[in-house]
Design a protein around this ligand. Structure first.
Ligand code: GDP
Length: 487
């Protein structure tokens, strides 16, 4: 079905809470007949005469058969999530009751909602722009302070208003240039070229900032992929467990929390870290020996951080060689000495030479460059340092966690900066920039104004794709089909 052509003349219904047994279940309806349909089966008060934003107790009956005692919330459009009439029925959380009530209301004329259809209607009715609607899905999926923050900021209009403002200014120039075209041969210039250039430089600065924010936004939303590399038996699994155990202890305190999440993900300092699958970790056992092996190489390249785990049984020359290899990858890495309970002072002394060895200083610089890009402060000493831990005795783990956070530059987690986290937005911003750069190229060339107008329009198109002034059915379909039913 074409989403654009969909008339919101029908009333949709869906369970808004998770399926299965719960304390309560919330059934939601939206559309012109939401209130009247529920009124037909609700016994208590006449819902059609109630004020908006009110809650009413009563029973839902199928004929004379009482299905449940419920609370009904009434929202009269446009003051509702979808801007249509919305009713939410809070029932006892029995899948049987919920199914019966939904079936009853469908029999009365409601239609089962498609995934994301409530939010789609909110978008089509102008309640949210497209990037805000997408943020609703991100917010529901958020599982850490960082991902919550990015989604919340975007939902509350984060960069929408900024883009809207830029778009308005560009529209002004586009219309001025079109006006020039209307005058044809007369060689008039309504759009001041210098002003246009200045505007494009200004827009480009903002675009650059937004485009550059993707890396952090993406990591905050999707988590940081981490590889623990090291030879067999250095303690990779023990370390992973030590890191996870604390997390698990916290999680299990929350009653009813299911622990079926992926075992090798954890939140450190509000940020989700994804330890690249255990198979991957096992593969990295040989990664250093098998430098040239493409597959392991690829695995490691996905990482935003490498923890290179060593132990005192290892040969120092080998450690140096491996640090050289890892440093050449250009991915931030931490060298971590496990089993510090077994480390002799002699070994430690020999190893400390590594920290100031000419080979490693080169690597450290390449990795500090990465982090200094964002933080602006060089961390050469920490980069060259080896962190001592005992995974088995759980010592040094807190320090390791802070080092991990420092490496991924997370003092910025509480940033008020606008961050983009969506690949679709990134691509649209890049295309906007390409079009604007073409405008800049043509502005000083003796080309006709049509080219300028065309490229400005392209830029407007791509900007509009982000906030949804420009959409296609396919785009909406792709975005909203990823939502859950009932949202
Ligand atoms: P992996 O092969 O790298 O995953 O290594 P494991 O995590 O399986 O650990 C290998 C062995 O090292 C196990 O017997 C661990 O108990 C032991 N081990 C891990 N951490 C420490 C530590 O901090 N000190 C000591 N002494 N042994 C450790």
């Amino acid at each position: 079905m074409s989403v654009h052509s969909m008339q919101a003349s029908d009333t949709i219904i869906a369970l808004a809470t998770p399926s299965g047994i719960g304390a309560i279940g919330v059934i939601r309806l939206s559309g012109p007949d939401a209130i009247s349909l529920v009124n037909e089966v609700f016994h208590g008060k006449d819902l059609s005469v109630q004020h908006s934003h009110t809650i009413h107790f009563g029973t839902i009956r199928d004929g004379r058969h009482v299905l449940d005692e419920v609370l009904v919330s009434v929202f009269i459009g446009p003051k509702s999530y979808t801007r249509e009439n919305v009713v939410e029925i809070s029932t006892h959380g029995s899948p049987y009751i919920i199914e019966s009530i939904i079936k009853l209301l469908i029999r009365k004329g409601a239609r089962a909602a498609n995934p994301g259809e409530f939010t789609l209607r909110a978008f089509l009715n102008g309640q949210l722009d497209l990037s805000q609607a997408e943020a609703v899905a991100d917010l529901i999926a958020s599982n850490s302070q960082a991902s919550h923050q990015v989604a919340m900021q975007q939902m509350r209009g984060g960069f929408s208003s900024e883009l809207q403002h830029l778009r308005d200014q560009l529209i002004h120039f586009a219309s001025m240039i079109e006006l020039e075209l209307d005058f044809g041969e007369e060689d008039v210039e309504f759009a001041n070229r210098d002003d246009l250039k200045a505007l494009i430089y200004q827009i480009n600065r903002i675009l650059n900032k937004l485009i550059a924010s993707f890396e952090q936004g993406n990591v905050m939303k999707n988590g940081v992929p981490v590889v623990i590399a090291g030879k067999p038996n250095v303690g990779k699994s023990t370390l992973l467990n030590a890191l996870l155990n604390e997390e698990r202890a916290i999680v299990s305190e929350i009653a009813g929390t299911t622990r079926d999440t992926v075992e090798d993900e954890m939140v450190i300092g509000g940020l989700r870290f994804r330890f690249i699958d255990t198979a991957g970790i096992r593969e990295t056992e040989d990664i250093i020996e098998a430098k040239g092996v493409e597959r392991t190489h690829e695995k490691i390249k996905q990482a935003k951080l490498i923890i290179y785990l060593i132990d005192p049984a290892q040969d120092i020359a080998e450690i140096k060689e491996q640090i050289t290899y890892l440093g050449s990858l250009g991915i931030p890495f931490l060298t971590v000495m496990n089993k510090k309970d077994l480390v002799t002072s002699e070994f430690e002394n020999q190893l400390s030479v590594i920290s100031y060895h000419p080979i490693t200083s080169g690597l450290s610089e390449s990795s500090t460059e990465r982090s200094s890009e964002d933080s602006g402060n060089r961390q050469e000493t920490t980069d060259k340092r080896i962190i001592y831990i005992s995974a088995k005795n759980k010592t040094g783990i807190e320090e390791l966690k802070s080092e991990i956070l420092r490496k991924v530059n997370l003092h910025a987690i509480n940033t008020d900066d606008v961050l983009i986290s969506n690949i679709r937005h990134l691509e649209a911003l890049q295309k906007t920039q390409e079009s604007l750069n073409r405008v800049l190229e043509n502005i000083d060339n003796p080309v006709t104004s049509d080219f300028l107008a065309m490229d400005i329009k392209q830029a407007l198109y791509y900007l509009g794709e982000i906030t949804g002034q420009v959409t296609t059915d396919d785009l909406l379909e792709t975005i909203f089909s990823k939502f859950c039913i009932g949202k």
